[in-house]
Design a protein around this ligand. Structure first.
Ligand code: UD1
Length: 431
């Protein structure tokens, strides 16, 4: 099939144009974890001293979170991948809706604001493309710590009654191990009076990273990474200098870029314990992995079908479900993928079908019959990880693929096309 490149002057919507079918080779560097950096930034609200975060990825979501902190009175300055935040001027308890609206992670502010000021008014983050994303567990936990919480006109208002305006420790049992609720409650409990126990806490590495930062700020936290986290509140937290963990989802996406193009790539730095379920699945489909410290070298030729189910950590991460499905669309044999975390996270299936993938869905399960070759097509990424999945599919497809939905991609991948082009991909940003 011959394909014609689109003249760039005709492009109105920003998109990536991928010339597929190239082998990749070389080393890909992984940036700091978006999901860690966002919550660690919110922790700057907990102290009057300076917080310096290193290894912060250059993403639009990070800029959005910085804008929210600035609106609350935090002074921020950025130098390369280092971000300094000074919360001594914290003066507002209510970030404006226009800033919060586009960034779900903005809700992280509620815990630290309440802990530090005794009052917080944060607009509900709302749903998004992948599901409704409730905050019931966050609110229930804040109430258990003594806050009075009301939700009216789309705004969550929380106040700590009494003269001290200080939260008090309590026992919280999460009905589901929500990552965001666990993190919100850890930050709130860090300055509360007395001991807080969070049961059925999320085990994700980003939760452990937050505990690492809180410890560096003088908090008393133990058990992060297990289902029971205990926090003994302190009166004040101090500043810290802390490096964000590498992004396990970006690392997994790069490993999948090697697998889908049947290439050999080294991806670093990778904390392999953060990616256990993904590395196991890559081996099951036939990839060879060599691990040397934080370097993972992957090589792939034939890819076999495999079944997978998304689960909370340490299970297979929902954020890599779409990218892995792109790979399975090209595997030998039939795979079954079940999405267990979010109710609406199979929207990439229709786009992969446009590229010649043979996939049918039933509820939250996708039945994938591998095809020898995907074919390039114009496609749309419906959320951050679906956009990455489309780029991966484009790398493997015959001819030209154009991917729209870059506003999502740029939220979570730093210089995605630049990094992939440096190892041999052919991706142009248009529009
Ligand atoms: C975080 C990650 C996101 C990842 C997700 C699951 C950030 C900024 N985002 O999102 O990339 O996909 O973890 O690993 O860190 N739930 C409830 N009630 C609640 C809260 C959550 O039922 O009060 C449900 C959600 O609907 C969802 C599941 O719990 O089905 C997981 O959500 P949660 O762990 O809270 O995800 P986030 O923290 O929003």
């Amino acid at each position: 099939m011959t394909a014609t490149l689109v003249p760039s002057q005709q492009i109105l919507t920003p998109q990536l144009e991928i010339a597929g079918g190239r082998r990749l080779a070389g080393e890909l560097r992984v940036s700091g974890a978006k999901n860690s950096a966002l919550v660690l930034m919110a922790a700057s609200l907990l102290t009057t001293e300076q917080l310096r975060l290193r290894n912060v990825p250059p993403l639009t979501d990070i800029g959005g979170m910085a804008d929210i902190l600035i609106s609350l009175g935090v002074a921020t300055s950025h130098n390369g991948d280092t971000l300094e935040m000074d919360g001594s001027g914290l003066s507002q308890s209510s970030p404006p809706y226009e800033l919060v609206n586009s960034l779900r992670a903005s809700f992280f502010c509620i815990g630290p604001l309440l802990a530090r000021l005794g009052i917080a008014r944060v607009p509900l983050p709302g749903g998004c493309q992948i599901g409704t994303r409730p905050v019931v567990e966050h609110v229930k936990g804040l109430k258990a710590l003594g806050a009075q919480v009301t939700i009216e006109h789309g705004v969550v208002s929380a106040v700590v009654p009494g003269r001290s305006h200080r939260l008090r420790g309590g026992r919280i049992h999460l009905d589901c191990p929500s990552v965001g609720a666990t993190e919100t409650l850890m930050m709130a409990a860090a300055l509360a009076e007395g001991e807080t126990v969070i049961e059925n806490a999320a085990l994700e590495p980003e939760v452990v990273d937050l505990a690492g930062l809180l410890l560096a700020m003088g908090a008393k936290v133990r058990g992060a990474g297990t289902p029971t986290i205990t926090i003994v509140g302190v009166e004040r937290l101090h500043g810290a200098d802390y490096a964000v963990i590498p992004d396990r989802i970006e690392a997994g996406t790069f490993l999948l870029a090697a697998a889908i193009t049947r290439s050999c790539l080294t991806v670093a730095p990778v904390v392999t314990d953060h990616l256990g379920a993904v590395l196991t699945k890559l081996e099951e489909v036939g990839c060879r992995l060599e691990i040397d410290g934080t370097n993972v070298t992957i090589s792939a030729d034939t890819i076999q079908a495999v079944d997978l189910r998304t689960q909370p950590f340490p299970g297979f991460p929902t954020d890599l479900q779409a990218p892995f499905m792109s790979l399975l669309a090209t595997a030998n044999g039939n795979s079954v993928v079940t999405e267990n975390i979010f109710e609406n996270r199979l929207q990439h299936v229709a786009e992969l079908q446009r590229m010649g993938a043979a996939i049918r869905t039933q509820g939250n399960t996708a039945f994938i019959e591998g095809v020898p070759r995907l074919s390039g097509a114009p496609v749309q990424g419906s959320d951050l990880r679906a956009s990455a999945a489309m780029v991966l599919a484009g790398l493997a497809a015959d001819g030209i693929t154009t991917v729209q939905g870059l506003e999502y991609l740029d939220r979570g991948y730093a210089d995605f096309e630049g990094k992939l082009n440096a190892v041999g991909a052919s991706i142009r940003r248009l529009g």
